[in-house]
Design a protein. Structure first.
Length: 365
């Protein structure tokens, strides 16, 4: 199971204003409200990619209730700890000639709430994935990410950390499965300004040397770079098109990496499908060799002499075919689920585009 932790969730109030002017009354051209926070963004993108996750964190007040309601609409499971004082923050994202943000503070999280979170994390099992993403409220200890990894170090978890500066650096001794700084955050860790991709790779490799298993660096318009655990280096540019909204781009990258990692196991199924009949045929050959060896030793070709070798040949062939058939059915089932999810995502994308077009037409009049 995948778990995401968002310590300071928000309602993201995204407004579009033509030619925003300071000190004046400005009218919005379009408004959208989303549940926000880096961990929540990862959960929402994972859902779009066909992977369920469980969103954890803290919520408070009417804004917290709205975050939970919106996540339910998206089909994302959540189990937020309710905080009594304050409300979950509202973050204003202003789209105009430039993008600007005003982020709220969030509720007052007490030690008791943190203990409840640790109790939730204690229920994670070996093989689960935990995503720790985003900033933390001022009222929380600044080593919380490190303390969580230390607390869970006895479990075989895949822990992903998307944070900045000390929050990121402090977890390295506990060997996070993936860290994802952007190029500016990477430079801040080492007190340098990175000028090109080669420098980004050099300093990403240093983070790997300090404990990170995989280092994924986003570089805005220059694409992304991955220094993988197996020693491979992957560099990719950006998709062609016009940027509409950069909010959550890095979180989408984390979700995409995680989805790709979880789906790569399908290649092993195809490998075993191909190998099973071949192993059965190998057993057939071995059985025939045993039969001919008996014939040579006895000097006779009677059924009792060759029966043992023929038995080995037939049993191994049957076993290989049975394994291949079972895996083929299982593989086809997985492919059908993937195709259904892909079709659903395409339909959802078309519906979303239709809504956006209608929305733009409505507010451009």
């Amino acid at each position: 199971m995948i778990y995401t932790v968002t310590f300071n969730p928000s309602l993201d109030y995204i407004v579009s204003v033509d030619d925003f002017m300071l000190g004046r009354v400005n009218r919005t051209r379009a408004e959208i409200i989303y549940p926000g926070g880096k961990g929540i963004n990862v959960s929402m993108v994972l859902k779009n990619l066909g992977h369920d996750s469980h969103a954890l964190g803290f919520m408070a007040g009417f804004t917290g209730q709205e975050i939970v309601r919106l996540l339910d609409e998206w089909g994302v499971q959540s189990d937020f700890i309710r905080v009594e004082q304050g409300i979950s923050r509202i973050n204003v994202k202003l789209r105009s000639n430039e993008e600007s943000e005003i982020n709220g503070q969030g509720p007052a999280i007490a030690e008791e709430h943190i203990r409840q979170l640790y109790q939730q994390l204690d229920r994670l099992e070996d093989g689960d994935v935990l995503v720790l993403a985003g900033s933390i409220p001022d009222v929380m200890p600044d080593d919380i990410y490190m303390d969580i990894m230390k607390h869970l170090s006895s479990k075989k978890l895949h822990i992903i950390v998307d944070a900045t500066r000390d929050l990121l650096v402090n977890v390295l001794p506990y060997h996070p499965f993936l860290i994802k700084p952007n190029n500016h955050e990477l430079g801040e860790v080492f007190g340098v300004e990175l000028e090109d991709k080669e420098e980004v790779f050099t300093y990403a490799a240093k983070l790997q040397e300090r404990g990170a298993r995989n280092v994924l660096v986003s570089m805005a318009g220059d694409g992304a770079l991955l220094v993988a655990e197996d020693g491979h280096i992957y560099k990719e540019g950006v998709c062609r098109g016009t940027v509409k909204n950069s909010v959550g781009a890095g979180d989408s990258m984390v979700a995409g990496f995680l989805a790709g990692y979880l789906e790569k196991g399908c290649s092993w199924i195809t490998l075993f499908i191909a190998m099973a009949p071949s192993l059965g045929f190998l057993g057939t050959v071995i059985g025939m060799v045993q039969a001919f060896d008996k014939i040579q030793q006895v000097g006779d070709i009677s059924p009792t002499v060759v029966a043992g070798g023929m038995k080995v040949a037939l049993i191994t062939t049957i076993f290989g075919l049975i394994v291949a058939l079972i895996l083929q059915v299982f593989y086809n089932y997985i492919l059908s689920k993937i195709e259904a999810l892909t079709s659903e995502m395409e339909d959802s994308s078309i519906s979303l585009l239709d809504m956006v077009i209608k929305y733009d037409l409505k507010y451009k009049k």
